[in-house]
Design a protein around this ligand. Structure first.
Ligand SMILES: NC(=O)C1=CN([C@@H]2O[C@H](COP(=O)(O)OP(=O)(O)OC[C@H]3O[C@@H](n4cnc5c(N)ncnc54)[C@H](O)[C@@H]3O)[C@@H](O)[C@H]2O)C=CC1
Ligand SMILES: CCCCCC(=O)CC\C=C/C=C/C=C/[C@@H](O)[C@@H](O)CCCC(=O)O
Length: 270
């Protein structure tokens, strides 16, 4: 996919991984609509990007991805301004094991909502141009992080939902690819939350597990993760694919074709 003049939407765009995704899309010639609940950070980034790329390459919209009214309204504004949506990155996410309903509403609900709402504008049966949706999961979407069971559940949900929706899109000829990115730990402000008992709650005593993982394997820079994100955007052969990235590199995850083919140990029920 050539990104020149393509219209991209990134949620959680004001900082961290979302900002890196915005910047790599701009460097590849795209226009980007930034969505974030943090207005001050979003306005600040928009001003910075205007100076580097010009005022017409980006717009910032304040919205909460867990709100149907917010997200639906902002996507309609984006289509009104840019005329179309070619690429969506559902990136917004939090860690909060105490207020776990909020975590589910943002990390999984926000991805589901963004995918469904964007498909209404993107799918070819609605006179859309097709395109690609990249949902941001985590390596915790592939295996459990004991200190964050709810976060783990939401990230597993993003993987399962995205793979299922990729199959729907193919069967229904939406013309929209749907892929998943599963990063290891990345140096962003989200990581600092890991040291907050307020966010980890009763699982805080297990924090040492993550500390050991970081000590043993290191931490990624956001701009390296953005290169993996770009692979999922540009490679038009990728639909329903899951790309993981850690300090040793990036690799596509292989899943058995059917659940029954999972590595398993037979059990007698006699
Ligand atoms: N930092 C890490 O180690 C990893 C992060 N991820 C995932 O990457 C994504 C981005 O994380 P980071 O950049 O690290 O976090 P971050 O905390 O640096 O940035 C997240 C952004 O999302 C925004 N946001 C939060 N809730 C929102 C909502 N309801 N509506 C709209 N925007 C909202 C925040 O204001 C913030 O600007 C998340 O989904 C996270 O789970 C995945 C693997 C590793
Ligand atoms: C709660 C902090 C989340 C920070 C943001 C992330 O999403 C980071 C995720 C990074 C790595 C996750 C790796 C998960 C690995 C599991 O498969 C399992 O191997 C972990 C086992 C931990 C242990 O008991 O050693």
């Amino acid at each position: 996919m050539d990104l020149k003049d393509k219209v991209c939407v990134v949620t959680g765009a004001a900082q961290g991984l979302g900002r890196s995704f915005v910047e790599i899309l701009l460097r590849n010639g795209a226009k980007v609509a930034l969505i974030d609940v943090n207005k001050s950070l979003g306005d600040e980034l928009k001003s910075t990007l205007d100076q580097e790329y010009g005022r017409d390459r980006t717009e910032f919209y304040t919205a909460d991805v867990s709100s149907e009214e917010d997200f639906k309204g902002v996507l309609e504004k984006i289509v009104g301004t840019f005329g179309r949506i070619d690429i969506l990155c559902n990136n917004a996410g939090i860690i909060n094991e105490k207020h776990w309903e909020k975590t589910i509403a943002i990390n999984l609900g926000g991805v589901v909502r963004g995918t469904y709402l964007a498909l209404e504008h993107m799918k070819k049966e609605n006179s859309g141009n097709g395109g690609v949706i990249v949902n941001i999961s985590s390596m915790a979407g592939l295996g459990p992080l004991p200190m964050a069971p709810i976060y783990t559940a939401t990230k597993h949900g993003v993987v399962g939902f995205s793979r299922a929706m990729a199959a729907v899109s193919k069967l229904a000829n939406y013309g929209v690819r749907i892929n998943v990115l599963c990063p290891w730990f990345v140096k962003t402000s989200l990581l600092s939350v890991m040291s907050s008992e307020e966010h980890i709650g009763s699982f805080f005593p297990l924090k040492g597990i993550a500390d050991t993982m970081l000590e043993n394997h290191g931490c990624l820079e956001a701009d390296v993760v953005a290169k993996a994100f770009l692979v999922l955007v540009k490679d038009e052969s990728k639909n329903g694919d899951v790309l993981m990235i850690d300090p040793e590199g990036a690799a596509f995850v292989s899943f058995p074709e059917r659940g029954k083919n999972m590595p398993s140990t037979p059990v007698s029920l006699e």
